[in-house]
Design a binder for this molecule. Structure first.
Ligand code: BGC
Length: 469
């Protein structure tokens, strides 16, 4: 029941979800500041991350939680507009630099390795005003920001995630418009953003590779949201095709260019092209990479970062009316099994994670895999006893062990989402993913461990499930 020696155990957070201090000490506004301040019930009870867990001033409290768990790794994100208030290196906010320096130094002093995300959904508003991820100019802006971070923190940070879940983000922010800037561009915006996200990631990887790697010796990659897709009927050839399509549209569309050959999957390209023709577009809604871009994009991931929450069932469904939207292009109907327990959108299917690890191993040439997020919300907001939730984690760890031992996947690190209850995007504070409860009514924002925190600490101490039932 033991994990390999040196296995990494972490927990993750993200700047906007925990920091607060939204305009403190010269921080510029991000799109989430704008979006939440506009109200309009797009976020649960119009809640905001203005204060959130207060981690901007309460970092030391977070460190106590991290030490209590005994984490070997802590994953957090940098707020771009805290460092560069207008998104450009024209003005650097030293107070922001100091804040992250302190976090990094404290972690290292305690023997904890930082995993640092450069972009976790909170674009500086000033860059959104210039078109955000829909505009090609973002590639240069992101690369400059990334270089600034490598130069400033890279002497100590050795694990970088450039983009958090670009696949989920492109869909939510620019196709559906449910995340800021809040304007839907059904069927076009998601792909346009994807195109720029992939190029921005690749550019910054090259910057690291040519300017910093030799001296800093770190690794740079990006993390994907991966929901496993299972054929609705495992014996049906058409359902099997449907499940493959879901993986291709949601994961491979982003991962194949970066980890394989610089280009989108053929099946996805032809499917979107055909759908676009049917809808009267002169060309495919999915942009094309030039040959030069393909060369630039190919091979720009130093490890494969997986974020797993949920699984779905897939069945083909013709888009007869030619409905517009990235979610309709695959012509697949998604459902779930009635026997699966769910907490909001998270269906508890521990075996999904093993299937994903195997899929990544087989599709992407056995890369080193980091799980940079996995978790479940707590169902009872009134209790610190989350025994039930811990049972899900335990089952996940069993699946990881099967993946390592039976499927021989090269899994290096596991990070749970999340260290703390936090601002859960459009669900505000109504959804609790933390190992530590945070009282958002109390100005002191006390952190109190759920029962699962003790259990996770035990797993980390034993490097496995030893001694557990
Ligand atoms: C995101 C986190 C989020 C979590 C739970 C992931 O998609 O990276 O920011 O809190 O899911 O919803």
């Amino acid at each position: 029941m033991a994990f390999p020696d040196g296995f990494g155990w972490g927990a993750a957070t993200a700047a906007y979800q925990v920091e607060g201090g939204w305009d403190a000490d010269g921080k510029g506004p991000s799109v989430w500041d704008t979006f939440t301040h506009q109200g309009g019930e797009r976020v649960f009870k119009n809640q905001t991350g203005d204060v959130a867990c207060g981690s901007y001033t309460l970092w030391e409290e977070d460190l106590k939680c991290i030490k209590q768990l005994g984490l070997t790794h802590y994953r957090f994100s940098l707020s771009w507009s805290r460092l560069l208030p207008d998104g450009t290196t024209g003005f650097i906010n030293q107070k922001g630099v100091d804040y992250y320096n302190k976090i990094i130094d404290d972690l290292l002093e305690n023997g904890i390795k930082p995993i640092v995300t450069l972009f976790h959904f909170d674009l500086p508003q000033a860059l959104e005003d210039k078109g955000g991820w829909l505009s090609e100019t973002i590639i240069e802006s992101f690369d400059k920001y990334a270089q600034f971070c490598f130069r400033t923190f890279g002497d100590r940070v050795k694990l970088w995630i450039t983009l958090n879940e670009p696949n989920m983000f492109a869909l939510m922010a620019y196709d559906l418009g449910r995340f800021p800037p809040g304007v839907p561009h059904l069927g076009t915006g998601g792909y346009q953003a994807a195109h720029n996200l992939i190029k921005a990631h690749a550019r910054s990887w090259h910057s690291y590779d040519s300017l910093f790697r030799k001296e800093q010796k770190g690794l740079v990659s990006l993390s994907f949201f991966i929901a496993w897709a299972e054929p609705a009927d495992p014996n049906s050839a058409s359902d099997q095709e449907a499940a493959k399509r879901v993986m291709a549209f949601h994961l491979d569309l982003f991962a194949k260019p970066i980890f394989t050959d610089g280009d989108y999957p053929e099946g996805v390209k032809s499917q979107i092209a055909a759908m676009s023709t049917k809808q009267g577009y002169a060309s495919s809604r999915l942009p094309e990479f030039t040959e030069e871009e393909k060369k630039m994009i190919k091979g720009t991931g130093d490890f494969f970062a997986v974020q797993y929450y949920t699984t779905c069932l897939a069945r083909l469904k013709e888009n007869k009316k030619g409905e517009l939207g990235a979610l309709y292009d695959a012509e697949v109907e998604i459902s779930t099994d009635p026997s699966w327990v769910n907490l909001d959108w998270v269906y508890v299917v521990p075996w999904g994670i093993r299937k994903i690890l195997k899929y990544v191993k087989e599709t992407y040439n056995n890369p080193a895999i980091y799980i940079t997020e996995n978790g479940f919300p707590h169902s009872d907001l009134t209790s610190l006893d989350d025994t039930q939730r811990w049972e899900y984690f335990r089952q996940i760890f069993q699946e990881l062990l099967k993946g390592i031992q039976l499927d021989e996947v090269n899994l290096k690190v596991y990070c749970a989402w999340s260290l703390l209850d936090n601002f859960e995007w459009t669900q505000g504070y109504s959804s609790r993913f933390g190992f530590f409860h945070v009282d958002f009514e109390d100005p002191a924002r006390p952190r109190v461990p759920y029962s699962s925190a003790k259990e996770y600490a035990k797993v980390i101490r034993n490097n496995g499930l030893e001694g557990q039932k």
